[in-house]
Write a protein that binds this ligand. Structure first.
Ligand SMILES: NC(=O)c1ccc[n+]([C@@H]2O[C@H](COP(=O)([O-])OP(=O)(O)OC[C@H]3O[C@@H](n4cnc5c(N)ncnc54)[C@H](OP(=O)(O)O)[C@@H]3O)[C@@H](O)[C@H]2O)c1
Length: 338
């Protein structure tokens, strides 16, 4: 098999292809011939050496794949060779052959492409957990989505559109026409304007029911101030520490300076909720993810959404794919095709 390794912490060129013998599935595992692997921002932070959950370097990154089952381990119910599937992988997804526990593998609908399927697990499960499970999203809610043009951002927009929320999306201005076309109500140019002021102009004193924040840093206090009474601020990333393509101590220090402290008394008196989400820390609960994925697949089946695949790169061009995302060129999902 062919795999992409993070050979050392650094810029995209540290990604290296290596050959290895095909793995044999252990009991309870399924082996998948990979047709598409999803790239996520966590892979980029792992490559830079600033992602605490990543294994020690060298390692093969990758949280999600789609492909065809080509071997089934002992004790696996329901799956057979030739099934079209997609899976959540805990690292190792940048590989053309992957073994995954069957509880983390989902069958594809006949009309679900491998590219669409590889774009579902991380982006849509994270957005679903934030908006539906923890955010109690209701029709008419005002929702601010930071990073609206990214993979999770577009997934959140899709779910808001399905439920009937009013969306505000912060993204680089080049992405605004696409986002509006996809159903975003208000595009916010956070690169050139202070998003807090823009949001005040748009919402007056009323504020927002839900804010999704993967950026952190100086966004933190602004978001909290923008919440309406009974509003929910959901933290799910700190992409602001990725200031360049290598690890920067300054980025980390800047984050620490802005670290907020919410006391129970303050939260009570403000009638606000602050929530944290890390899908990567739910490995012990595949049952929860399966439940949520059933609804996501049902929405796909009803044609209520399709993930937007912005670009695909061959394994040989994995470094180019990481550059593409870090240069903020992607709108939606970027995939590796073995
Ligand atoms: N907690 C969880 O379970 C979980 C799960 C998935 C993702 N995440 C987090 O969610 C965020 C988005 O992930 P994703 O995979 O959806 O992202 P993505 O598709 O790779 O999109 C990245 C986008 O983020 C924006 N961005 C903001 N700050 C940036 C920076 N310092 N460097 C580069 N781009 C920056 C850029 O868009 P604009 O220029 O338009 O702003 C860029 O296009 C990341 O922080 C990631 O760690 C968390």
């Amino acid at each position: 098999m062919k795999q992409i390794w993070v050979s050392k912490a650094g810029p995209p060129d540290v990604l290296q292809i290596q050959e290895a013998p095909d793995p044999t599935p252990h009991s309870g595992e399924i082996r998948i011939r990979v047709e598409a692997s999803g790239i996520n921002f966590a892979d980029i932070m792992g490559r830079m050496g600033i992602y605490p959950d990543a294994p020690s370097i060298p390692y093969v990154p990758g949280y999600e794949v789609a492909g065809i089952v080509d071997m089934v381990g002992q004790g696996v119910p329901d799956f057979r060779e030739g099934d079209k599937v997609f899976a959540v992988t805990r690292f190792g997804g940048y590989s053309d052959v992957v073994c995954a526990p069957y509880k983390q593998v989902f069958k594809r609908l006949d009309w679900m492409t491998a590219a669409d399927a590889a774009a579902l697990p991380v982006n849509y499960l994270t957005a679903y957990m934030m908006l539906i499970i923890m955010g109690s999203l209701r029709p008419g809610d005002k929702v601010l989505i930071h990073g609206a043009g990214g993979g999770v951002g577009l997934a959140a927009l899709d779910i808001c559109n399905i439920i009937g929320a009013e969306t505000f999306g912060a993204a680089s201005p080049a992405k605004h026409p696409f986002l509006i076309q996809r159903g975003l109500y208000h595009a916010i140019d956070y690169r050139n304007r202070d998003f807090e002021q823009v949001m005040r102009d748009l919402t007056g004193k009323h504020g927002l029911q839900i804010i999704l924040d993967p950026v952190g840093g100086k966004n933190w206090p602004k978001n909290y101030r923008l919440l309406a009474p009974a509003g929910r601020l959901i933290h799910f990333g700190v992409s602001s520490i990725a200031t360049g393509k290598r690890r920067s101590l300054l980025g980390l220090l800047r984050m620490l300076v802005w670290l907020p402290f919410y006391t129970p008394i303050k939260l009570m008196n403000d009638n606000k909720a602050v929530i944290g989400v890390n899908l990567g820390h739910l490995w012990q609960r595949p049952d929860m993810q399966r439940n949520w994925m059933q609804q996501i697949i049902a929405w796909y089946d009803e044609a209520l959404f399709r993930p937007h695949i912005d670009a695909t790169f061959s394994f040989e061009n994995a470094a180019k794919a990481h550059h593409y995302i870090q240069d903020r060129k992607n709108t939606g999902k970027v995939l590796l095709i073995p």
